[in-house]
Ligand binder design. Structure first.
Ligand code: ADP
Ligand code: TRP
Length: 322
């Protein structure tokens, strides 16, 4: 069973990223053939400067290594270090219509907001399909917002298999309903683009600021609070098992604890939970040799894999080889 996923290096990781995808990867690398990469080519759709692009990529790589992605247990690489994926993107782009690409939320939403997106954003789902299909992936864990991209990848694979030749495995999306939509501090989906994230590698001061900014209703200390309607409860629940969740629920239901205290408890649990990762991250970030060695190893494994798939594709397309 090959599981593959990618995450864009477009800023600091937040609880939505962690609880929907990253946490599972550590289990998968022990039990399956995990492929995991930092999607720096995708992040060019939001390019601001070379310094930022470079820094974001390095930071994301450090994040993953610090969170326990082990280059000896899984194939871990930087997307741009495997140029074969862009060749595959071109081949696949003929197996999806412009009409269908026009329906991609990632593109459509930008157009609706009045942007004039570049061709890269339009082809974003095809590059993602190449990421997935180029490595014979069986399953792809992602958040709910990526569901449509997975459907595109499946459509592209089926169309290529039917019309050109039987080359691709049809990947299955893996969307965990319990954590599919982690809410942000304002209750909308936690997302960098909404500015409502809780970034677990932030400084303690920054973390405190984000957690204290979680929106609440006006219930006072002496009033019962509805846990089901509270973003604090929704976020805190991610860290807790069933018993702990029940006991937190009681703190909401029985008057006596204010939102300020509930937030402080969430802050403490966040700091405790991520403390070992934060320590590890400091160590890794100051050791580029370690990071680069891990990356070279992953790149070589990834290139070997995609090359065998590309050979099948080139053969079916009649690409002349010499
Ligand atoms: P963002 O929305 O902050 O830009 P990304 O697009 O970089 O996040 O997401 C990386 C991964 O984490 C994707 O698989 C995405 O679906 C998942 N993800 C991001 N935010 C959330 C969230 N709030 N709840 C669940 N999954 C999320
Ligand atoms: N588009 C994904 C995101 O923004 C990142 C990504 C790129 C990805 N290629 C992928 C995820 C392949 C899974 C599989 O979150």
């Amino acid at each position: 069973m090959r599981i593959l996923t990618g995450v864009q290096p477009s800023g600091k990781l937040h609880l939505g990223n962690f609880f929907s995808v990253i946490r599972k990867l550590k289990e998968y690398q022990n039990s399956t053939d995990l492929f995991c990469f930092v999607a720096d080519l995708h992040s060019l759709t939001t390019f601001s400067s070379k310094e930022k692009q470079n820094e974001n990529s390095y930071n994301a790589l450090c994040d993953f290594l610090a969170l326990g992605i082990d280059p000896n247990k899984c194939t871990f690489w930087l997307q741009s270090s495997v140029p074969e994926v862009t060749e595959l993107t071109w081949y696949l782009s003929h197996s999806i219509s412009v009409n269908q690409l026009n329906l991609a939320h990632s593109y459509k939403d930008k157009v609706a907001k009045g942007f004039n997106p570049g061709g890269g954003l339009f082809l974003y789902p095809v590059l993602m399909a190449a990421d997935i299909l180029g490595f014979d992936s069986d399953r792809v864990p992602v958040g709910k917002d990526q569901k449509q991209h997975l459907e595109f990848a499946r459509d592209i694979a089926s169309s290529f298999n039917r019309e050109i030749g039987p080359v691709f495995k049809i990947p299955e999306p893996e969307i965990d309903e319990a954590t599919a939509l982690v809410p942000g501090t304002d209750g909308q989906k936690m997302s960098k683009s909404y500015g409502n994230t809780i970034n677990f590698f932030d400084t303690e001061k920054e973390l405190k600021k984000s957690i204290m900014s979680i929106m609440t209703d006006s219930a006072g200390v002496d009033e019962a609070k509805d846990p089901e309607k509270s973003h604090i409860f929704a976020i805190h629940s991610l860290f807790l098992n069933q018993t702990e969740r029940e006991s937190l629920k009681q703190k909401f239901l029985i008057p006596g604890t204010g939102y300020g205290d509930l937030k402080k408890q969430l802050l403490q649990d966040t700091l405790d939970y991520f403390a070992p990762y934060r320590k590890e991250r400091e160590k890794i970030a100051s050791d580029p040799t370690f990071v680069n060695t891990a990356l070279k190893q992953g790149r070589d494994k990834a290139r070997n894999t995609i090359t065998t798939v590309l050979d099948r594709v080139r053969k079916e397309l009649g690409i002349y080889r010499f």
